[in-house]
Design a protein around this ligand. Structure first.
Ligand SMILES: NC(=O)c1ccc[n+]([C@@H]2O[C@H](COP(=O)([O-])OP(=O)(O)OC[C@H]3O[C@@H](n4cnc5c(N)ncnc54)[C@H](OP(=O)(O)O)[C@@H]3O)[C@@H](O)[C@H]2O)c1
Length: 246
């Protein structure tokens, strides 16, 4: 908190999928360091519960129910955020999902939902908010991608492709909104969030990575804070892995 490089006082952070998992950890960590928080996901009650926690930490918070793969709902989310706070300094495109299914069985509707949530929604949020940040002269955007974007897996192909698109978007937008707005990306490895409920006991205890284990949700936080803060003032368009050494 005393380190000015990791001080977020006066900043407003919008986090998609902030109601649980990695998004929840990042929301709490930013609030603990002085940021006001906007949490968006489909279930507004779950967002409101996190907003209450943030308020109890002494920060302002807004909960918004929004499907983050749909541009009309995203536009309303952006409107609500600026109506409440007047500015957004940090955007974390975190909401995502990656169902496992043999590629030839994936129906068009599922393909579309995976691409919409992991790429099309983040594109809309980052482009509209990125442009506003450019006008305000500052801002930091973080996209939560996956190690599957770099080492695509069998049976998660639309997800791997969407996250690879998110990595490309990071680099393109870093150039487009520079020099005062930075855009970075974390490729997450396996983390023990709700996603892990569907894993086998073995997969929850061990992993095919150098550290031989999945990550604890809070282990995403330090890399996220670094990229979002002025500590990373010379980093933009970076795609870094937090994956236990895959
Ligand atoms: N955990 C892992 O092993 C892992 C590995 C690699 C990458 N990642 C990436 O990390 C990010 C966070 O994953 P996580 O494990 O924390 O996920 P999680 O625990 O399943 O949480 C997902 C969050 O996203 C929200 N969400 C889901 N669909 C949404 C939609 N259509 N619109 C708006 N919000 C939606 C959920 O809230 P609602 O249900 O209320 O909408 C929830 O807040 C994702 O982008 C994921 O792809 C995770």
């Amino acid at each position: 908190m005393n380190d000015p490089l990791l001080n977020f006082e006066g900043k407003v952070a919008l986090i998609t999928g902030g109601s649980r998992g990695l998004g929840y950890q990042m929301a709490k960590a930013l609030a603990a360091r002085g940021a006001d928080i906007i949490i968006a996901s489909r279930k507004v009650d779950a967002c409101e519960a996190v907003a209450e926690e943030v308020r109890a930490m002494g920060q302002r918070a807004l909960a918004v129910g929004a499907h983050c793969g749909k541009w009309d709902e995203i536009d309303k989310l952006i409107e609500a955020a600026y109506a409440e706070f007047g500015h957004v300094d940090i955007l974390i495109n975190n909401a995502g999902m990656g169902p496992r299914m043999p590629s030839h069985e994936v129906p068009e509707s599922l393909y579309d939902s995976v691409l919409n949530l992991n790429l099309k929604g983040p594109y809309r949020l980052a482009s509209i908010i990125g442009q506003k940040m450019k006008t305000q002269g500052s801002g930091s955007i973080l996209n939560i991608s996956s190690i599957a974007s770099l080492q695509p897996l069998a049976q998660v192909v639309p997800y791997s492709a969407a996250k690879a698109g998110l990595n490309a978007m990071t680099i393109g937008m870093a150039k487009e909104y520079a020099p005062h707005v930075r855009v970075n990306c974390i490729c997450a490895g396996p983390f023990l969030t709700d996603i892990a409920d569907a894993w086998t006991d073995e997969a929850r205890q061990t992993a095919d990575n150098a550290l031989r284990r999945p990550g604890r949700p809070e282990e995403i936080v330090s890399a996220a804070l670094y990229l979002l803060s002025d500590a990373a003032s010379f980093s933009t368009g970076s795609v870094i892995s937090v994956d236990g050494g895959t």
